[in-house]
Design a protein around this ligand. Sequence first.
Ligand code: FE2
Ligand code: FE2
Length: 698
Amino acid sequence: MITNEKIYILDDVGLPATITQDGLKVLGYAFEYHRYKQGIEYLNALQAEGKGIVDILLLTDPTMLHRAKQRVPLELRRNLAIVVLGSQDDFVELGGTEHIINHFGAVDILEMPVTPLAFKMLLHRIEHLFRQRHRFALLQQELSESQNELQRISDLGAALSNESDTEKLLDTILTSCMEMTGADAGSLYFVEKKPGTDSNEQDYFADKHLRFRYAKNMSRDIPLEGFIMPITPQSIVGYVALSRAPLTLPDVYHLPEGVPYSFGGRAFDEKWNYRMKSMLTVPMLNRERNPIGVIQLMNKKRDFRVPLSQNLDEWKGLVLPFTKRDELFIYSLASQAGIAYENKLLYEEQKILLESFIKLIADSIDKKSPYTGGHCNRVPILTEMLARAACESQEGIFKDFNLTPEQWYELHIAAWLHDCGKITTPVHIMDKATKLETIYDRIHTIKTRFEILRRDAYIDYLTAFQRNGISPETLEAEYKRRLAQIDDDERFIEQVNIGGEYLADSHIERIENIGKQKIVLNGETRDFLSAEEIYNLSIRKGTLTPEERKIINDHIVVTIQMLEQLPFPRNLARVPEYAGGHHEKMDGTGYPKGLKREEMSIPARIMAIADVFEALTAIDRPYKKGKTLSESMNIMAKMKAEHHLDPDLFDLFVKSGVYKEYAKKFMLPEQIDEVDEAAILAIKPKPLTVQTETATHS
Ligand SMILES: [Fe+2]
Ligand SMILES: [Fe+2]
């Protein structure tokens, strides 16, 4: 720096006062003259007082030149300029003037005898030299500081955009600001919407308050307690938010006259034996130049790394005012930080919206049909329970299995979407309770036709009676036999329609015979049952035709199609794989892709187990009781033996107790019975036939 400190002359030549006095008279403000020996003593004493580095001009004769520098104590050598005084012959002997300057590091040469003028001119040159040296050092320091700051800004920019954890983001923002300004403490406030207030286009602040959100103090360990405060000019933070401009205060205990704000931290200082002094308060502005928060920095320190002690008397000179440079710097940084934080919040909100939307779809599928009940809501819970057990387990295939928070989210979303294809399955197929059901149960149409058959029988009876040829008794007996036949057929069709029992060939023959009867409808003679009605009634088991069964099973195909169409971001890229694999079987006989175990990720295999277990144990499906715990586990153990379910995951499901935990939450007490875990675990999957294809590949 350009300093008022003097340049100390150490004269080892012993120039007479007649030569020096002239120059010193003119340049006395810059120089202080000492004979060499006394000068060294004097400077050593200065050094001991902590005076630091001083500028020294050493006048030496040629014989001492080679060790001139060494004779000056090490700590005084930093700002040293050596000048040689001698004769032409001396200079030649030393290797010439060039050599003296380049080799011995002298800055100037003076020929003896020295004239007062030559000495004065020397002092001028030396003063100029030191001034240049200081300027250069200053520039160098500024350059390196700027480089550091630039590096910090770019580091911070990267950190701000990479940080996905909100708390860490806040810490990064505040710590960087403190480090860059040397502040001992800092706080972050955010502008928030007051719940239950209306926004006002004219007044940005109308529906807002400030939340004290994060703080840090290098010298005191202070627990963080968030609070809310109104945005008014009475507080420093409120004033800065309203004015949208930074505020630098050298001492908050001595505020400028007439300002609307006051310092509210005296109680804090007393409690923590602290003394807030210098303060820099800066608004974080968004793209519309509206404040979204405020950064407040306290007590700029001479040395950032040294904490401020409990003894306030020791603070003297340690706390400095914040500079204009600090202000500009934090001001530009604050908005960058504010925008990063706002983006983060926006991202969180979007995430919540996406999740709610996904749950809405799952809910509507569950509500659409009593056949799914709470399936779409419960499968995610069970999936996550088993995934957690897999993360915790250190055995076998789970040793290296772990999920990052991002991967948890991915699995969570996948589980909620696993049956989303069901949204397109027609309700009358999904809920088809009887064989004839379409949008409504066609049994009633057929019953009407039976009624026609009865009327026809009656009409036949009356017509024959009128013809008078046959005895009334015979006619009546015939009529009654016919009615009984019709009633029996009707009961049979009603029974068959329910689909409760397996249909034998004789039953199908009877359906066809009933169908072949003729009736007149709308003046047209037609078969009693249409081909399509006969086809549906002839379903041997259950109520679904093969075509309808395919539509139901196709929900997984639709699920995959729907999910593969969605532009999932990178962190959710595996949602289609996780969600679409829950009907696959580990031996490759599953649906729809016929994937094998090794082609499926652990989360996808977990979902398959969760899907089956929920379906077996559910108590909210019509026409079907929830199975008991032991029944369900035995069925699944068989599926494990058959390589339909992943054996390792199923064993983990048993050993971890996840199945019991789930049962307690979602099954009826009467369903929960004793499960023979040892027996289930003892069941080993049958050996898979080694395929030649696999063998040649290995
Ligand atoms: Fe499914
Ligand atoms: Fe499912």
